[in-house]
Every structure is written in structure tokens, then in C-alpha cells.
Design a protein around this ligand. Structure first.
Ligand code: GMT
Length: 375
């Protein structure tokens, strides 16, 4: 651990998405180590709950003008980054998610005559979905090339970045981390479903990449053979279709759509199985959070998920779209409480040991020290 206090800006989205969660948790951990942290985002990130010593929040607002077709958020962000960096003498701007955070940080660095180091963390869809879209590709490539350091949350994402952008520069893999649940006994089983019912859970932003219909189809098969209840946490474009499906297939009374929910600890504490059948996932932070709660994960074998979940040890990984296999896995776990307990314990041990906060935040500090050592 470093003794020298650093002044760090962190820029992220303030949605419930993984990049905002990771950025905020990194900021909180750095502040707890004595660094001064300035968090920039459109609204207060959900994980920045209370007063945190040494964390200052800066709201980024893109003013509108009749001439603008859309308020230029990236320019407002770059401007805010430059202002905050100047007035608080920041040394580093850590951009979480390439678009537009990394490009805006490069602009802020230019505005300050080069005396701000830019660290970019790639999270997933900024490379695999939007980053590779021709309308953003050149700017993402520039951001990756020109940042003082680039990190990626998995080996898979690093390799995808090299493959897509053909950049010739080092990328440090720094995985996401998780902390032990604060109240592992807080559960919602009692008020969700009758005793003896197993609970399956899915948490996401309900975007197409999450394949929530695969969650519904998996659950539909499971509940035909075993008393089960499904908790769907989050919100997004595919929620309505999923709700309609549960109604049409006659199992809506066995599903609870909670909407966006900050208190995922309470849901995970009473979950028996976590479902994440994503089309791609650079890491799968939601899976890691479930594992920390001793919940075995059933996911698709895509992207960085195999770096997090060990098939047959912490849960199961199945071919993309194979809802029959996922339903079989869930039934195997639900019918065998000893197996479920064993896998849940392995999952928790892996989550809290391999993805422990301290050594991972150490790695971010090392990256900061390294970029600051370059004049
Ligand atoms: O999953 C999303 O669409 C949200 C997205 C984000 O940037 O907020 O998540 C990405 O970053 C997370 C944190 O690093 C990863 O755990 C997720 O796997 C990744 N999502 C995808 O790659 C689809």
C-alpha cells in the first residue's frame, strides 16, 4: 500500500450498471486509503449512498440550447473534468467505460496542457457492443491508444480489445472485486413465496445482451417440475416482453419483477440459484455478487464468465441459448440441497478470495503510481 496521497478524478455513468458500481467502489476504497477522490457523473451514483470522507461528488450537466439536436454531454464532461482537475489539482482522471469518459478525459488533458494523467478502464459493452460500432470505433481506438494506462476487467475483454482495435499497447487486466455481504442473513424468503419454494434470481439492466427471455424460458421449465419462484431485479427495454411472457404462459404469480433495486443483498440472501444467460459478458459482476452470497450461478459460457464461474464447481456454464440445459442444471441443484450448499460455499470462497477487494485496489494504485512516475 502506498503512503503518498494522490488526488484522483473518477468519471462514470451513474446508472445501476456494473461500470458505475465498480467505479464508485474503487473510489470509496481509494478514499478509505487516504487518497482524495473526485467523482464525476450525471447524477449521484447509486452506490455512493452516504457521506464518504475524502470523496467529493461533481454533477455533470449538459446545458441545452435550441440549436443543439442533443445536449453535447461529452463536451460538458470534458469541461467539468478540466475544471475539477484544475481547481483541485488532480493528478489522474480515471475514466470508467470508454465512451465518452475516456475521450472526454483526453480532451481535459489537452485543455490542461498535458498535466493530467488519464487511466481508462474498459468494462465490456464499450468494446464488444458500442465500441465496435462504426459510429464510435475511431474515437474508442484513439482513447485506448492515447490513455496513459488502460485496464480491462477480464482477459477476455483485453483480447477482444486487441482483436477489434488492433492497438499496440499494454493493457492491464484488473478484475472486478466484491466485498463480503454486510448482512448475510437478511432475507426476503418469508414474504416472497410459500415455504418450501425455491427461489431463482436474475439481476440486470434487461437489455437485449442479457437475454432475459432465456431466463423466463429456463424458469418456465423449472417451475413445471419443482415448486419455484423467480425474482427479476432491474429494469430495461426487455422487461415488458418478459412480463407478458409470464402472463401468457400462466406463471406470472410465480414471478416478482422488483424493478431497480439497490438492496440486492436482501434478494441474494434468500436466493437458491442465480441465472445469467447473457449473450456476452465481459466479466459478470452480478454473478460475482451472487457468488459472494453463496448462491451458485447458472450462466452461458461466453466472454469473461468462465474467468469468474468454474463449471461444476461454483455453478454451471452452458452453451449460449441452451435453456434446456440451464433448466436441468437448476433442477439438479434445487433437488439436491447438499450439492447446492457445496457449490454455494465454493462460489463464496472463490468470490471472496480470488476477487477480494484489497489486492485488486492495490493493482489500481500500482497503475496510478506507474503513470505518475512518467514525467
Ligand atoms: O452489463 C451491462 O450492460 C452494463 C455494463 C456497464 O458497463 O455498466 O456492464 C459491463 O461492465 C461490468 C463491470 O465491469 C461487467 O461486469 C459486465 O460484464 C459488463 N457487461 C457486459 O459485458 C455485457
Amino acid at each position: 500500500q502506498y503512503n503518498r496521497q494522490m488526488r484522483i478524478g473518477i468519471s462514470c455513468y451513474s446508472t445501476f450498471g456494473g461500470s458505475g458500481v465498480v467505479a464508485t467502489e474503487v473510489g470509496k476504497a481509494l478514499a478509505a486509503r487516504g487518497h482524495e477522490v473526485h467523482l464525476l457523473s450525471p447524477t449521484v451514483p447509486p452506490r455512493l449512498l452516504g457521506f464518504e470522507d475524502r470523496i467529493m461528488f461533481h454533477e455533470v450537466t449538459a446545458s441545452t440550447y435550441p440549436l443543439f439536436e442533443a445536449a453535447p454531454y461529452s463536451i460538458a464532461l470534458a469541461s467539468k473534468m478540466a475544471d475539477v482537475a484544475e481547481h483541485h489539482d488532480l493528478q489522474i482522471m480515471h475514466a470508467h467505460y470508454a465512451i465518452p469518459h475516456a475521450s472526454a478525459a483526453l480532451l481535459a488533458r489537452m485543455a490542461l496542457g498535458g498535466r493530467l494523467k488519464v487511466v481508462t478502464t474498459l468494462h465490456g459493452t464499450d468494446i464488444t457492443v458500442v465500441g465496435s460500432d462504426p459510429s464510435y470505433l475511431s474515437m474508442v481506438k484513439l482513447a485506448i491508444r492515447e490513455s496513459d494506462a488502460v485496464t480491462s476487467v477480464s482477459e477476455y475483454l483485453r483480447d477482444e480489445t486487441y482483436r477489434t482495435f488492433k492497438v499496440d499497447r499494454p493493457i492491464d487486466v484488473i478484475p472486478n472485486f466484491v466485498t463480503a455481504p454486510s448482512d448475510p442473513n437478511a432475507g426476503c424468503r418469508k414474504w416472497l413465496c410459500p415455504a418450501g419454494t425455491s427461489i431463482l434470481t436474475h439481476i440486470s439492466n434487461f437489455r437485449p445482451v442479457k437475454r432475459v427471455m432465456d431466463v423466463m424460458r429456463t424458469f418456465e421449465r423449472v417451475q413445471r417440475e419443482h415448486p419455484a419462484f423467480l425474482v427479476m431485479v432491474g429494469d430495461g427495454p426487455d422487461r415488458a416482453e418478459a412480463e407478458a411472457y409470464a402472463r401468457d404462459q400462466g406463471f406470472a404469480d410465480r414471478v416478482r419483477f422488483t424493478g431497480k433495486q439497490l438492496d440486492i443483498d436482501t434478494v441474494l440472501a434468500c436466493s437458491d440459484v442465480f441465472l445469467l444467460p447473457s449473450g456476452t459478458e465481459s466479466f459478470g459482476l452480478a454473478a460475482l455478487e451472487a457468488m459472494a452470497h453463496r448462491v451458485p450461478v447458472i450462466a452461458s459460457r461466453v466472454g469473461g464468465l468462465p474467468e469468474v464461474v468454474r463449471h461444476g464447481v461454483d455453478g454451471y456454464l452452458e452453451p449460449l441459448g441452451d435453456v434446456d440445459a440451464m433448466a436441468e442444471d437448476a433442477l439438479t441443484l434445487l433437488r439436491d440441497p447438499a450439492l447446492r450448499k457445496r457449490m454455494g460455499l465454493s462460489a463464496q470462497t472463490r468470490a471472496l478470495e480470488t476477487f477480494e477487494e484489497k489486492p485488486i485496489v492495490d493493482q489500481y494504485e500500482e497503475v496510478y503510481e506507474r503513470v505518475l512516475a512518467v514525467p
